[in-house]
Design a protein. Sequence first.
Length: 412
Amino acid sequence: MTLTRRLGPFTRNLLAYGLSEAAAKASRLAVVVAVARTMDAGAIGVAAAALAASDILKALTENGVGQRIIVAADRDLAAVCRTARRIFHAWCLGLVAIQLGLGAALWWASGDAALFLLVALLAGEYLFMPGGLVNCALAMRAGKLRQTAAIAAGQVVGANALTALLAVVMPGPLALVLPRLLAAPIWLIAMRRLHPWQPDTAVAPAPLKPFVRYGAAVLGTEVVKALRLQADKLLVGALLGAEALGLYFLAFNAGLGLATSFSQAFATALFPHLCTATDRAAALRQAILVSLGVLVPAVLLQALMVPLYVPVLFGDAWEGLTPVVRILCLSAIPAIVWSAAAQWLRAQDRPQVEFSVTVAMTLALLANTVILAPHGLVAIAWGYLAISAVAQIGAALPTLTRAFAPLRPRIA
């Protein structure tokens, strides 16, 4: 029996998405190194503002429609896919219009036409997405998570490799934005080949109401989550200027990037696993133990190595980022605990609870940025770690209690 078979389906899928995120993060590191050595903090700050605004809006693509396909009964699948396809096309076209409007608003507020052009270029990604989203959900439903992980990694690695090249050849904000658009067709073509699908016109589309009820909470959660990850950057830029934003952008990617990447991989692998498990509590317990067993040593090692790799990768001029990076990387541990609880809530058809917790934590983190901004980036990072740890672990306790209850010794 091979090692991958002994690991079990969840661990294999987590490994696949973990390797996908690792490849993406390694290529992202090449981007950060190239950018730090070829662009000044002000130029990085302009691009970071455009990317942050775009990523907040991109969270609207996580509307729960794909998850409805994954959990649909076999008898309803064709109808659910027809409705999902219509939603995806209308939704993505709407996002193009919204992002163009957002770019225009940023232009008006900042007087920087280049910022509008960067945001408008990023809107082009949505034109490629609808044609492959149903295929992606069906592939995940069919257990092809290792293949979808490889496709996602291919898109991100391709974009990051091109970004690193452009940062050297033509340094400027465009080098950080254009590759995102150019790499979008990679995902679309690969996903359609992985799981071919055509709508069954003989079947009536499924009603919209279940999509709206479930999707509203999921959508709200993802939007607020994006605000949590991106809005603090916009606040840093507004309160401390483009140069401080450029510094924070690099520190955030070098430190908290591990937490974000692993949490995404974990959530992607865990949701289908919980939906198909006969004992969801046992499945959740196994997932948490496996993930923390891998993540905690990795985070502690990263924290110890920060003083060594920051000057080597970014150059001596960025050595002051070391304490900020070290603090932010520790946020990976509470993030993975809450990610497990959140996927449990979605599998239990209770995404509204996740939404409420995410809103409260995001407001607290934004307040942290505003209050501690006068004290510098190190103070902001300490506040971020403290609030995220208390909020995420505290909110996850009810789910953790249920998952680990069978392990408590019984009193005769």
